[in-house]
Design a protein around this ligand. Sequence first.
Ligand SMILES: C[S@@+](CC[C@H](N)C(=O)[O-])C[C@H]1O[C@@H](n2cnc3c(N)ncnc32)[C@H](O)[C@@H]1O
Length: 234
Amino acid sequence: MSGSGKGPRVQAMFARIVSRYDLMNRLMTGGMDRGWRRLAARLCEPQGKLALDLATGTGDLAVELVRQGARQVVGVDFCPPMLGAASEKTGLLGSRIRLLAGDAMALPFADESFDCAANGFLLRNVADLPRALRELARVLKPDGRLVCLEITHPPSRLFRALFQPYFYGLVPWLGSLISGDGAAYKYLPDSLSRFPDAPRLAQSMREAGFSEVNYRYLSFGAMAVHVGVKGLEK
Ligand SMILES: C[S@@+](CC[C@H](N)C(=O)[O-])C[C@H]1O[C@@H](n2cnc3c(N)ncnc32)[C@H](O)[C@@H]1O
């Protein structure tokens, strides 16, 4: 999936798998996804801040940002059924989480609206990665932190040899079994093959106006979490 029609196709795909999305995350990652989001939220340094969770999906990262002290989190997603699932989960947190429909390609916010921003498993899915990063830079206040959690290309050849049969073989099979949507869980590894590796993603963040960009690999390099700070000058 690539090119100009990617947005609507991704939107339709997430609408189809929403009911099994959380379960598949837990199964595919052996529950590790929770720890990755906890770390991403911590690196966002959200205490007392207004935070954006872009592509909030079923809301797990938004909840984590609140748990770690965000004053308020705005969770944005372009897939209404995902937002529906998020609202069931985040209902108890009341006004600390606001959910809003919006597209990462053109965020419905004024410049410099947020103190910090995070996204989990968004960037592989966008039609135009530089544009999504520029939008994130635009809506952040100067010095605002951006944290991006995403699947990546494991740097170790040995781990890649173990990871690839799992990710390109077992995950689509399991996804098809659990969600009944083989295409969606074939898309998952396909979307990684077209996605930049961690050093190149860091470079794209710099080009979008972020400084102090750094990243760390998680789970033997199957995941990466990137952090950047919006520079004073773009
Ligand atoms: C893999 S899910 C991640 C959800 C959540 N962040 C998490 O950690 O589980 C990707 C989400 O990105 C959303 N998404 C993809 N492209 C988007 C875009 N251009 N604008 C807004 N949301 C988008 C999808 O609707 C989906 O909910």
